[in-house]
Design a protein around this ligand. Sequence first.
Ligand code: ADP
Ligand code: MG
Length: 463
Amino acid sequence: MSEAEAARPDSFVSSFFLEIRKRVRPEHFSTWFKNASLAEVTENDLVLSVESSFVRDWIQKKYMDVLLESSLSVDGKARKIRVSSDPEKFVSEDVVKEDFDHDPEPLPTPVPARGRVLGTPLNPSLTFDNFVVGLSNNLPYAAARAVAENPGRAYNPLFIHGSVGLGKTHLLQAVCHEVLKKGTISRIRYISCEDFINQFISGIQGGSLESFRDQYRNTEMLLIDDIHLLAHKERTQEEFFHTFNHLVNAGRQVVFSSDSPPQEIPTLKERLVSRFKSGLVGEIELPDLETRIAIVKRKARIRGTEFPNDVALFIAERVKTNIRELEGAVIEVIGYSTLNDGMPIDLELAARALKPILNTGTTSATASMQDIFRCVQKTFGVTLTEIQSKRRTQTISTARHVAMYLARNYTTHSLQEIGGYMGGKDHASVLYAVRKVEQKAREDPRFKEILQKVTADLLGGLL
Ligand code: ADP
Ligand code: MG
């Protein structure tokens, strides 16, 4: 880019994403690039910033050519491309790319940048629209909405607490996005408590405490994420107390999130506790099953995919205590399907995709041998004794092979153990059976259908 162009990065950004769009299927674009932004563009380098290391790895595996070509097409520069999932580089002001979702045509002029939130960078996808509301979070959600609607007047301060991965950061950032959209307030500051503490410390050390104070006191709306980190930070608490009073007394909105209610933050000074409690304290609780299902479906839709109900239920039943992990599971399933040439997303695929995660976590998707025998007996009309016998009639062999296949895929038993259950087969026979079943499913659509049915039966019974 020339100096002049470097000064107008928007036009590069918009053209760059447009070029990517031309080269990638729409559903893949929305899965992998929807939340991407450009963290850095120079003559020689380009850093694409994405929301997770999983997405980063995926793009590195599949799309480096596309990125290089896209950059070349925009201005003929062959840049060194890097993909980063460093949250520091996750910038929020790429309005341009969002608009592409509605209008794939090139935009004639660069879209002017929206207002900005100062402090820790925002994630553009953490909006109210993307927040699923249920019984577990409707109070803090409504309060956050009210605050965005009427800053400084609804509840001040607003204090949202709940355990990790339940949407606190999402709500705080949604307030920022909403207020930005309305444009009624311009000096919004969203900051992680960690950044706040670090700024304060470097303010003290560098003798720039005054400018630190001014920055905060000039803010029209202040949101501090993870305020519980003030525990044991006596001097920062003191400083914070004054800033806080100043803002609230001036009618400026203040919003906090924390992993525990004010009175349970260790060593928090009593006057801060009572200040925090003087507005509205709302808790985000663990989401119920219905909300989890809705979240799974929403997260899939955001990535351009619809999950069938049984798949959403399968995931929601197994990942219960953390929405971040719920979202991780959705990404795994989509990734698994894409990796297998867009294989349709059904219960079997979901179970396979999530097997490594579910088996290592506290939840478990594993079937017992008993479940497997029950399903196989039902489908093939054979008895357990027959399965475990040495008889090789076609029905019995098929049933036995399917049982081994299911045991291999949906239990944690070793090949040897599985062989043991089948009446003393060795591990090679089990492997042979598994391959045979896979091959037959590829060649014979009718068999594949039966296999899917018995698998669904097995997994359905585990719900
Ligand atoms: P916390 O800050 O409480 O640890 P986050 O706000 O970072 O949690 O949420 C973790 C992940 O879960 C984020 O990707 C967020 O978008 C998602 N999430 C949390 N709650 C909801 C919800 N109600 N609807 C949709 N996504 C949610
Ligand atoms: Mg958070």
